[in-house]
Design a protein around this ligand. Structure first.
Ligand SMILES: Cc1ncc(COP(=O)(O)O)c(C=O)c1O
Length: 391
């Protein structure tokens, strides 16, 4: 076996895939498992998106496209971002990427040199740390505190920023906590980034999945942010288009040109027919998207009511996303131990908070992206399991 590049030891794997593989193994052995581990909408994309996909395939839109994506989609994304953020961005500020994940990868690889520091409020989506380290970066974690609704304390961010800080990666609404950033915090972060020459990578892929009439606060709506930010979003969550593999970055031209260059050298471009479908997604109608978001809110409330009745479990209401992040510290079990027991003994697959960094110890991540019946059954199994072990 030839020796692999040292950087391979920095790449992590995602907890969701590990737990899913374990759950599938148990299912093959005949065990019934409720899946609350996967961060993937249980719905199909809206009908008009599916229709547009089929039509585009029939019309032969199955070839390469420009690396930054087709102009019409870049323009449609620029229009939506301009109107939702109250800014003025155009197609040249947009690169359509192969999933938001490629946008994360390209942004970090573009910015981070060996030894550069990357500040990440945690618990966080694991790709940020993994890719930052893959690029040779040093991760500086900042704790997202439950008592602050898992939104950051800017003082905590300030305390880890140094001369070597290259980027701050934020995610709002956030996976796994469901917390959102407040406008004042974003303003402070932009101020800091401008002063210290730091780039903010803002992953806003859950921007539409936000509850109780709250409004998504985007980094781009903060004056001055356009010079120091890379905003990431995509089609996987809002329109349930996970398998289309379509994300995007919105940033200044100096960044989008370089991100395009990374795409030229890796994936070449996203597929053509999926991009045509994405234009239709952006045009609407929005009724199916709205119905999905209402259903997420219903399931969020259901989980909230049920979790707080379970011995040793408490949780705050997530403001957005389709994840609950209950605190299990009072049970005395570690996250890993609890997640393993719930899978093996209660038949409920979910993730230990530690799948999102050490800061996730004492928590579990429960996805409510799937069917209502699964949430009801999953909560029942957890409640029964917890009462059986506390007798
Ligand atoms: C915070 C966050 N960013 C990015 C992604 C990746 O999205 P995509 O499917 O578009 O690659 C996910 C998917 O779970 C996510 O939770």
């Amino acid at each position: 076996m030839p020796k692999l590049a040292n950087r391979m030891s920095s790449l992590g794997v995602e907890g969701a895939f590990i737990v899913l593989a374990k759950a599938r193994e148990l299912e093959r052995e005949g065990k019934d498992v409720i899946h609350l581990e996967i961060g993937e909408p249980g719905y199909l994309p809206p009908r008009h998106v599916l229709e547009a996909t089929k039509k585009a395939v029939d019309q032969g839109m199955t070839k390469y496209t420009p690396s930054a994506g087709i102009y019409e989609l870049r323009e449609a994304i620029a229009d939506r971002v301009s109107s939702t953020r109250g800014v003025d961005v155009s197609a040249e500020n947009v690169v359509v990427t192969v999933g938001a994940k490629m946008a994360i990868f390209a942004s970090l690889v573009m910015l981070v040199d060996p030894g550069d520091e990357v500040v990440i409020p945690m618990p966080a989506y694991p790709a940020y740390e993994s890719v930052a380290r893959f690029a040779g970066g040093v991760v500086k974690p900042v704790l997202l505190r439950e008592e602050k609704g898992f939104s950051p304390d800017v003082e905590d961010i300030l305390s880890v920023v140094s001369e070597k800080t290259k980027a701050i990666v934020i995610n709002t609404p956030g996976n796994p906590t469901g917390g959102i950033y407040k406008r004042e915090d974003l303003e402070e972060i932009v101020k800091l980034a401008i002063e210290k020459d730091i780039v903010i990578i803002s992953d806003e892929i859950y921007e539409d999945i936000i509850f109780d009439g709250k409004k998504h606060e985007s980094i781009l709506s903060v004056p001055g942010a356009e010079d120091v930010s890379i905003m990431i979003s995509g089609f996987s969550k809002t329109w349930a288009m996970t398998g289309y593999r379509l994300g995007y970055v919105v940033a200044k031209k100096e960044f989008t040109e370089k991100i395009t260059k990374i795409q030229i050298n890796t994936t070449s471009c996203p597929a053509h027919f999926t991009q045509i479908a994405a234009i239709e997604a952006l045009k609407g109608p929005w009724d199916e998207v709205k119905a999905m978001i209402e259903d997420y809110q219903y399931k969020r409330d259901l989980i909230y009511d049920e979790i707080n009745k379970i011995n040793g479990f408490t949780m705050i209401k997530p403001a957005g996303t389709f994840y609950a992040f209950p605190n299990i510290k009072k049970t005395g079990m570690s996250s890993e131990e609890m997640a393993t027991k719930l899978l093996e003994e209660a038949g409920v697959a979910l993730l230990p908070g530690t799948a999102f960094g050490d800061a996730g110890e004492g928590y579990l991540r429960i996805s409510f992206a799937g069917p209502r019946e699964d949430i009801v059954e999953g909560m029942k199994r957890i409640r029964e399991f917890m009462s059986s072990i506390s007798q």
